[in-house]
Design a protein around this ligand. Structure first.
Ligand SMILES: Cc1cc2nc3c(=O)[nH]c(=O)nc-3n(C[C@H](O)[C@H](O)[C@H](O)COP(=O)(O)OP(=O)(O)OC[C@H]3O[C@@H](n4cnc5c(N)ncnc54)[C@H](O)[C@@H]3O)c2cc1C
Length: 403
């Protein structure tokens, strides 16, 4: 029996998650001499299993690199190593393959088991894995993404998955061939799913609350202004003119009043579709300024009643209704631990090294955007996050040994 209550001390840092943030963090932390790091999770799982087949990335090339200490494992390096040009916009399968290549180069030893539970212990945390094995670590870096945060409007509560699914639910749109499908939402994943279902032979109607679809891609259109475009837009192309430049520097975001920071997040993350989808929307019905008030199963169909009193009978509703960060929904965080994390509207308050109010518990990716802004929702935030985490942990290590 040791001070931790029985589990053997296994390492200094556990990274929970092997998506873009976990892989990048792993690549940087492995570089810290004497720091024992273990990464858990199925590499690129969210991208492999929760995105529609045939999807193209919304982010431009410059915003789609994972991060390693020597900047040697960029998308360009991958493309060169493969000896083939990657099309642009980047297809989903190329991005997944890039992530897996990055994993093999930068963080080859990944434990693919799931972490079922994190418990605090006297000198760190006890991790319980899905096969029951227990593990002890001084620090945990949660890089578990947004999958548990999928937002479902209340009208769809209790419906079976045969009738209504969130876009993050399934990847094969071919099952909708010959079916009537309502796609709810006006963000990239809703709009792209609608295009893919239409192209797969589904009869699609997109239902959105707004007066129209907001199309992204102003930076590309301003490219004709040459370097002037860079005055307004960063290379990551997140957010509208001006905002795009500010949010590209995550350290700058916190100097703005809270209400302005919230405005940055709203404007940078507002529902919108990539401009290259416009042509694919020519034959897709879009109903604007409407929302679903109720959804009822009628035999094998689903009846949707909209706020104008009209109704639709469909085979399936696809909910492209976004994600709302709420760390209490991470299934591996028990209430006694999540309650100790100081939170604002579901976001943990994180400090300089992405550390929460619970010492040794760090959050990367979307949950860290309360402090570091909307970049943290995207792959392009990995470089800042992984470098900052590594510099923080090397400082702590040189101050306290491995603690
Ligand atoms: C449809 C869609 C399209 C998108 N397109 C883009 C885009 O073009 N460009 C862009 O920059 N961003 C895009 N995003 C946002 C994207 O989700 C993030 O950029 C990115 O996935 C963040 O990486 P992450 O590592 O935080 O999370 P994830 O990629 O979700 O990775 C989290 C990992 O943690 C693992 N995990 C979770 N729980 C556990 C557990 N208990 N134990 C072990 N492992 C666990 C998961 O298996 C997963 O592999 C898109 C999102 C969606 C939904």
């Amino acid at each position: 029996m040791d001070a931790s209550g029985g589990a053997r001390m296994n390492c200094d840092v556990v990274i929970l998650g092997a998506g873009p943030y976990g892989l990048s963090a792993g690549a940087h932390l492995r570089n810290i001499r004497g720091l024992e790091v273990r990464v858990f999770g199925e590499p690129m799982d969210f991208w492999k299993s929760h995105m529609p087949e045939g999807m193209l990335l919304r982010s431009p090339w410059a915003a789609s690199h994972l991060s390693d200490p020597n900047a040697a494992l960029s998308f360009d390096a991958y493309s060169e190593a493969k000896g083939e040009a990657v099309p642009r916009p980047i297809p989903l399968e190329s991005f997944v393959d890039y992530g897996l290549w990055f994993h093999k180069q930068a963080v080859p030893e990944i434990d693919r088991r799931k972490v079922a539970r994190i418990e605090p212990s006297s000198d760190g945390f006890r991790l319980i894995l899905d096969d029951g094995e227990q593990f002890h670590t001084r620090r945990v870096v949660i890089a578990a993404g947004i999958a548990p945060f999928a937002r479902r409007p209340a009208a769809f509560d209790g419906l079976p998955t045969e009738l209504a699914t969130h876009v993050s639910h399934g990847s094969d749109v071919r099952r909708f061939a010959g079916k009537r499908v309502a796609v709810i939402g006006a963000g990239q994943s809703a709009l792209e799913s609608a295009a893919l279902i239409h192209e797969a032979g589904g009869d699609v109607e997109v239902i959105i609350r707004a007066q129209g679809i907001h199309w992204l891609g102003w930076r590309a259109r301003m490219q004709k202004l040459g370097p002037l475009a860079n005055v307004f837009y960063s290379r990551f192309d997140i957010g509208p003119a001006g905002v795009s430049r500010i949010v590209a520097v995550p350290d700058a975001v916190k100097y703005f009043p809270r209400s302005v920071q919230d405005g940055f997040r709203r404007r940078a993350l507002r529902p919108a579709g990539s401009r290259w989808l416009i042509d694919r929307f020519k034959n897709i019905r879009v109903t604007t300024a409407r929302y679903v008030e109720s959804a009822k199963p009628i035999g094998e169909k689903l009846q949707l009643r909209l706020n104008d009193g009209s109704s639709r009978e469909v085979d399936h509703a696809v909910l492209g209704t976004g994600y709302k960060v709420d760390i209490t929904r991470y299934p591996f965080l028990p209430a006694e631990l999540s309650q100790k994390v100081t939170q604002v509207n579901g976001f943990p308050r994180v400090g300089y090294g992405f550390e929460s109010s619970v010492p040794g518990l760090h959050f990367l990716g979307a949950p860290s955007s309360w402090r570091y802004g909307p970049l943290m929702f995207f792959v392009c935030g990995t470089d800042f996050a992984a470098r900052r985490l590594a510099s923080h942990l090397s400082l702590v290590k040189s101050r306290n040994g491995s603690k």
